[in-house]
Design a protein around this ligand. Sequence first.
Ligand code: SF4
Length: 434
Amino acid sequence: MNLFEEYVERYRKRVEKIDAAPSATMLHSNRTLYELLRRRHETMLKEWRAGKPSCITADAAPYDLIQAMGMRAYSWEMAGDFLMRRFVPEYLRRIRATGFPDYGCDRVQLAASFIQAADAGEVPKPDCVCVTRADCNGMTEAMIWAGRHFDVPTVVIDCPLTTHVPFEERWEALQYVVEQFHDMIRLFEKEISGVKYDEGKLRESLEIYQQSRKYQAKFRELLKVKPCPVLGRDAGRMPPLDIVGDPLVVQYYREAAEEIEERVKAGTGGGMQEEKARAGFLSSFPFFADGFAPLEERGVACPYYEVGPGALPVPTLEDERTWGRKLSPIECQAAFPLSDPWLGTWQRRYEDVREACIDLDIDGLVHYAMPGCVTNNGSGRIIAKKLEEELGVASLEVEYHCQDEASFNEAEYAEKMHEFAELLIQRKQSKAKK
Ligand code: SF4
């Protein structure tokens, strides 16, 4: 079986499992998410067999635009994040055997390992590459390497800083990205058979995003309720970013938000009867284990993940506030990489995290420091110090991979989380006494 067939089977079984025995604590709307993922891979399989062009991407890429050009946007970063546990060791072994550095983040290593997966016929070979310089240099370089390896047209979108600069400069930056998009459209239309940009399709896709954004905002709003109506695993769960233009994404967020609202109205909670403090996760969390459970079993809720549902400050077609006017579809798409929370100085990330801590009443943050991550780890220490000084928010830094479980010590991790939970609860109780 190729990887897409494996995924179709995997998500079919997950849906069956939920139907056979629904969980008492996890959201039932997860069924829709698994259905979405099954359908996504089924569609990709058909498109691969039919020879539809595939554009590989990563990070904050213009997914809607790529699809509006008649291609499949396939993020190898998301593919790595969602890679099944049983394939991870082999994918990592293969990429490391090429000499690719193993001391960096495993997310980059796994994204790069899809080069070998494509060579082995496990996923389609790309027809082109499009990446943005919005946050992670390691990821961008890995995708440029993929472009060279397959000798296909490769576009890297340069993204200037847009926070803490005058409006005119921000607007100029947006137009600069739009110009690069137009150059990319011309190049791909010329070089790849069957590629044709359709602005109507882009608008349609962005309108679907706009609808999902409304439900994401509602989802996020409900996370303020105490005791937290969802467990950490559900609070941070979301479809891969490269699934765009699919109404099932809207359905998933709508169902999730409505289900949480029902729990809140019924006062049934989300698996935690008593909430003693609140924690958030920055950067990442372990995908191979329930990294929230050791906090939750001590009474610390985990409603916040830095880039979870509703967290990304991405403007929609309707939004006039962010840019002072409504954006055209292509401008709206250009605003996506420019809204990346990691594009900019540490202040930008700090402001987003600070706002979330106030909004969700967070007492402590777990900085899940991925080895070798310059983007997060550098600013993480500054953010920790400032949040402690300004809001009294405590921080715990742990260094693990998100997919490579060989480097993970579960007992050590649980002990650190238990100690952190005790600290947060003690601090909360002393604050309440004052
Ligand atoms: S965790 Fe850091 S190094 Fe890894 S992909 Fe994300 S930004 Fe890049």
